[in-house]
Design a protein around this ligand. Structure first.
Ligand code: PMP
Length: 401
């Protein structure tokens, strides 16, 4: 594929045959054949594990595993493959940073600035490390445009602020804050920045050098890859100062009852037998994505969300919680409970998500008990939008009866 063609793109996703109208790609994307085949190939023909054995199959596997790290480094424009640490996903990456980098450094009186738009994965690890160290989690509130309010940021940052935790894209509103601006201000105050790229990476992988990002996390499963694997990017100097969080096999060079010497970065952060199939699947996803015109694909799915918003806005009581023109549309209907609506939509074969989306503070700030969320991907079609509108109309008629 050189230019984007939605019909061609769909052919790569066998699950579309069974998934019905799949509008839940923000939860997890469907997987292309390239990823399925690479994973199957690993389990069918692979032998051994990585970084442990001398036989040829295991050595070949280790090469593939480390080449995948280089691929992720290229995706994010990281200076070195060694800036990439394998994790189970975004959640584990943020916990690793909170515990490995910040826990030994935070003191009572220090502040952790967290935007009100964050997923629980970029809030709870900070609440935990705050409770462990006596530091305080400070809220960067949402503004009227449903993005963390830019005007409030300078007065929230001070020499007490040790870290700013910010999402590249909200999983509820689709809002994409100006992370370059926030990073510059945070750095001026002397704070480090943790960017949660879980939602953003599939739309526009961050250039970590250009944006001067300290830590960046993402999950493969939201980028057409397997579940249970993700990555943390960290600046070389910061990873060098970060302490291993989990101990075990292969994260050390020597150990006795008096202590251990850790491996170099990044292996010191990867204790135990890793998710080799996951790494290989992620690498296949990135290889496959090399041939996709991402901006064109993005513009297709964004156009579908625009159309859905336009069509659904004709329904009485429709309210949109869409912050930016993204491929994600959160909405509700005044007087209809989101969980009733989503149940009726599910009966019509339409898969979307309803509720609080693991972002309770944001939902509270929106002043609702939850929303419906239709998240579009480049494999969705105009027919999917029509099905959603029809399903919503029928659901509201049934609820009105
Ligand atoms: N942050 C955001 C914005 C997310 O949408 C998600 C997944 N819903 C996460 C973090 C956590 O990702 P994972 O569950 O893959 O660790």
């Amino acid at each position: 594929m050189t230019a984007f063609n939605p019909a061609d793109f769909r052919r790569h996703f066998p699950a579309l045959a069974d998934a019905g109208v799949y509008l839940d790609s923000a939860a997890t994307t469907l997987k292309p054949t390239a990823v399925i085949e690479a994973t199957q190939q690993f389990y069918s023909h692979g032998a051994g594990t990585v970084h442990r054995s001398q036989f040829a199959a295991a050595r070949a596997l280790t090469d593939k595993y480390e080449q995948a790290r280089e691929r992720v480094a290229r995706l994010l424009n990281a200076p070195l493959a060694h800036n990439i640490v394998w994790t189970r996903g975004t959640t584990e990456a943020i916990n690793l940073v909170a515990q490995g980098y910040f826990r030994p450094r935070l003191q009572p009186g220090d502040e952790i600035l967290v935007s009100e738009a964050e997923h629980h994965a970029n809030l709870v690890p900070w609440l935990m490390v705050a409770a462990q160290t006596g530091a305080k989690v400070v809220k960067w509130p949402l503004g009227k445009d449903l993005l963390p309010e830019n005007a409030a940021l300078p007065s929230l940052l001070s020499s007490r602020t040790k870290v700013l935790a910010l999402g590249q894209m909200s999983n509820v509103t689709g809002g994409c804050p100006d992370i370059a601006h926030a990073i510059a201000l945070a750095h001026r105050a002397g704070a480090k920045v943790m960017i949660d790229g879980a939602q953003g990476v599939v739309h526009e992988p961050a250039d970590v050098q250009q944006l001067d990002i300290d830590f960046y996390a993402f999950s493969a499963h939201k980028l057409y890859g397997p579940m249970g694997i993700g990555a943390l990017y960290g600046k070389t100097s910061l990873l060098a100062e970060m302490q291993p969080w989990q101990g075990g096999g292969k994260m050390l060079t020597s150990v006795s009852f008096d202590g251990f010497s850790p491996q170099p970065v990044p292996w010191r952060f990867e204790a135990g037998t890793p998710n080799v199939a996951g790494v290989i699947g992620l690498s296949a996803a990135l290889g496959w994505l090399d041939d996709v015109d991402l901006p064109a694909a993005e513009s297709w799915s964004r156009g579908l969300a625009d159309l859905a918003e336009e069509r659904l806005s004709l329904l009485p009581g429709f309210r949109s919680y869409r912050a930016s023109r993204s491929s994600l549309l959160s909405f509700d209907i005044a007087g209809a409970h989101h969980s009733d609506v989503v149940t009726l939509l599910a009966e019509s074969g339409i898969a979307l998500r309803a509720g609080q989306h693991c972002a309770q503070p944001l939902i509270q700030a929106l002043g609702v008990s939850g929303t419906l969320r239709a998240s579009f991907a480049p494999y969705n079609t105009l027919n999917d939008v029509e099905a959603l509108v029809k399903g919503m109309t029928t659901a509201l008629e049934l609820l009105g009866d």
